[in-house]
Design a protein around this ligand. Sequence first.
Ligand SMILES: CC(C)(COP(=O)(O)OP(=O)(O)OC[C@H]1O[C@@H](n2cnc3c(N)ncnc32)[C@H](O)[C@@H]1OP(=O)(O)O)[C@@H](O)C(=O)NCCC(=O)NCCS
Length: 147
Amino acid sequence: MCEADLDAVLAIERALFSDAWTREMYAEEIAGHEAWVIEQDGEIAGMACGWRVLDEFQLTNIGIAPQCQREGLGRILLAFVIERQAASGCRLMFLEVRAGNVAAIALYEAFGFAPVGRRRGYYRHPIEDAVVMGKRVKPGETSNAIV
Ligand SMILES: CC(C)(COP(=O)(O)OP(=O)(O)OC[C@H]1O[C@@H](n2cnc3c(N)ncnc32)[C@H](O)[C@@H]1OP(=O)(O)O)[C@@H](O)C(=O)NCCC(=O)NCCS
């Protein structure tokens, strides 16, 4: 992801999340952390961001544009992030997800994430618990999602 992607990224972000990230938040991810977009037919179709600290990675955001969902892009993007982290020595990954977000939880479980905690009332608009999920990353871990 780069600054030139932000109009498209923000349009997707606002379509997906009631508590959408701002342009400034994405600019901080680009400048100080890690951020990617996934394209389909030359158009940005989704994004993912995260923070790497030593051998841990916190996935801070992942989303696929509504009209591009259920086509395997979320699986490809998450596989890419995991493989990239595994290749650079990451050993643990964490994320937070709304307790009622069955689509995202199913995606995370498919990659071996499991619940490790719960943050009561963590989300706003509407108020909802966060499930904290974690996963051990194997050295050189790959998946067959990237074809
Ligand atoms: C979660 C999200 C990124 C998945 O992206 P996607 O491209 O639609 O997912 P894929 O097509 O790659 O599906 C991969 C797996 O995710 C799960 N999944 C995806 N959408 C699902 C849904 N609506 N219901 C149940 N499971 C779903 C399934 O396990 C699916 O595997 P399958 O197709 O073999 O059943 C997408 O739904 C999204 O952007 N949601 C809104 C934003 C969001 O909630 N982000 C997560 C914040 S923590």
